[in-house]
Design a protein. Structure first.
Ligand code: AQP
Length: 332
């Protein structure tokens, strides 16, 4: 079975619709066909200021949401990044192979540091994509299911894997991004020119899966469309409507063409009312299941402990190979 690996930050508490449709949904599907490793990337979360109590709670909450979304610990390896020390260890090695200019070209860092002010941004935020390289290479992943915003980081991972292999001998699998065209980028409901994101979106533009379903329905109903009235997919001319169609289609399995037909001659209001209902049907059981997993922290922690143990076996072997190739003297 080919191997996949991906991660999600425990920063915001609730996952948003972009996280789910862009990434987590694919994780659930891929555990059936792939040797799948998924993690809550708490070491990435500390690249921006964090409250310790919230971080710990959000790490469990992220794991609970992943299980609620359909990850099955018997079908995939689910763990917390900091439980596997090899991530930080290989991260350092990768830092030593990355050019300063190369890291400086990462657009996510440029955006985020510009927002925070470059003096407030940490070196950790700067090298975050390099830690991500280590996350992926440790597991010899063939594919990395992520949203479009991560494409550049997967490119960096490929470059560094090839660089290491070229310099020190074949060690790492060169991974490919696994990004779906339809859901690789879910847009903000109020500003369909930007991606839905916890840091850039306004509350009205962002759908958090754990929000009150009523509030979610309201956000869908007040989503920005356009002054035209035709319900048609056209990402350039009609980004708002197209975003709603993508979300609708993915959640129900109806194709965009089928939806266009279904809403022919109807008003935007009809589409939004129906999509609001689809969303409520999706988030209501998701919230309940998340609460159930959270209500049993012992089981949750033992799932994560088993996952970490399994992950460590793979990660330790890869790290040992990398250290050996690098010429680091083994400890007696
Ligand atoms: N809008 C999106 N559309 C599709 N995929 C998305 N992802 C994020 N936003 C969208 C994908 O979700 C996965 C987890 O991302 P993350 O750990 O970076 O989560 P986040 O920090 O909550 O994501 P945000 O909202 O994008 O954070 P900020 O605002 O800090 O940049 C990834 O696979 C990501 O591609």
């Amino acid at each position: 079975r080919p191997r996949v690996l991906s991660g999600i930050q425990p920063t915001a508490g609730s996952f948003h619709l972009g996280n789910y449709l862009g990434a987590v949904r694919q994780w659930v599907a891929l555990q059936e066909s792939h040797d799948a490793f998924y993690m809550v990337v708490d070491l990435h979360a500390i690249t921006v200021p964090q409250d310790p109590v919230a971080l710990r709670a959000n790490t469990r909450l992220a794991a609970a949401q992943l299980l609620a979304a359909g990850l099955d610990p018997d079908r995939c390896t689910l763990f917390v990044q900091s439980h596997v020390p090899e991530h930080a260890q290989l991260g350092w090695v990768m830092n030593c192979l990355t050019g300063f200019g190369e890291a400086s070209r990462m657009t996510q860092f440029k955006d985020k540091s510009a927002k925070q002010g470059v003096d407030r941004a940490t070196v950790g935020l700067f090298t975050y994509p390099v830690l991500q390289v280590a996350d992926i290479l440790l597991y010899q992943a063939d594919q990395v299911p992520v949203g479009e915003d991560q494409r550049q980081h997967i490119e960096l991972t490929r470059d560094l894997a090839e660089r290491f292999n070229g310099r020190f001998g074949e060690t790492f699998t060169v991974p490919a991004p696994y990004i779906l065209k339809e859901t690789g980028k879910i847009f903000d409901l109020q500003d369909p020119a930007i991606k839905m994101s916890k840091s850039a979106s306004t509350p009205k533009g962002l759908v958090n899966l754990l929000d009150e379903p009523k509030a979610t329905a309201k956000k869908i109903k007040s989503a920005v469309t356009d002054t035209d009235t035709v319900i048609r997919y056209d990402a350039v001319e009609k980004p708002g409507v197209s975003n709603l169609l993508s979300i609708y289609s993915t959640l129900t399995g109806e194709t965009v063409a089928e939806l266009e037909k279904k809403y022919e001659g109807k008003m935007y209001g009809a589409l939004k009312t129906d999509l609001a209902e689809v969303m409520v049907e999706f988030v209501t059981p998701f919230r309940t299941r998340t609460q159930e997993y959270l209500g049993d922290p012992e089981t949750l922690d033992s799932i994560l402990a088993k996952g970490a143990e399994k992950a460590r076996t793979v990660a330790a072997e890869t790290l040992a190979q990398a250290y050996e190739k690098l010429g680091l003297l083994p400890a007696k």
